[in-house]
Design a protein around this ligand. Structure first.
Ligand SMILES: [Zn+2]
Length: 182
């Protein structure tokens, strides 16, 4: 799935969890963690490309100069960010350091779970057990037009339901709800 849909799904999950369980979940952080695997995978290369371009070293890779030079960073960042093994490790460490379950990090978990069935073997099929196993499944590529349209139709429905429930607005302080005296 692409990064925007990941963020919207994570916000849906975080808002629903927050409103139906009164758990303290920060929606913004949940969205950040949902974007994290792709930021980790593509962010450093984009940043390095920008820096090369700004520092005038872009001519070599870009032809007409309108595109960012292609920078290949030789770390398995895409694999690490999309691995349940790595997630569990980092989540465990974060839970110990913060002395609480960092619910917002479930955004990252959700990203991996969504990516497993939405990539095909031909392109970035999610190796969710990396580095233990290369096992992956042949899913429906998220950029398949009908699938992408269905994803956004489902998101529109989810946001409509949350809007109807009044979940998209901030929680009113208790004082506002008390009946006026007299
Ligand atoms: Zn991804």
């Amino acid at each position: 799935m692409e990064i925007v849909a990941h963020g919207l799904w994570a916000a849906t999950a975080a808002i629903t969890a927050k409103r139906s369980t009164r758990a303290s979940v920060n929606v913004g952080w949940a969205v950040w963690w949902a974007a994290f695997p792709d930021v980790l995978a593509f962010g450093p290369a984009v940043a390095a490309g920008l820096w090369l371009r700004l520092s005038g070293g872009s001519q070599a890779g870009s032809g007409d100069g309108h595109f960012l030079p292609h920078v290949h960073i030789g770390l398995p960042l895409y694999l690490a960010g999309h691995s349940l093994v790595v997630f569990l490790l980092v989540f465990g460490i974060a839970t110990m350091l913060m002395h609480r379950i960092v619910f917002e990090m479930f955004g990252w978990l959700l990203h991996i779970l969504i990516d497993i069935p939405t990539h095909s073997l031909r392109y970035y099929a999610t190796r969710f057990l990396w580095p233990v196993s290369d096992y992956r499944i042949d899913g429906i590529a998220w950029w398949t037009p009908w699938f992408w349209a269905a994803t956004y139709a489902a998101l529109v429905l989810a946001y409509f339901v949350m809007w109807k429930k009044g979940w998209l607005w901030p929680v009113r302080p208790l004082a506002d709800r008390r009946p006026q005296p007299g």
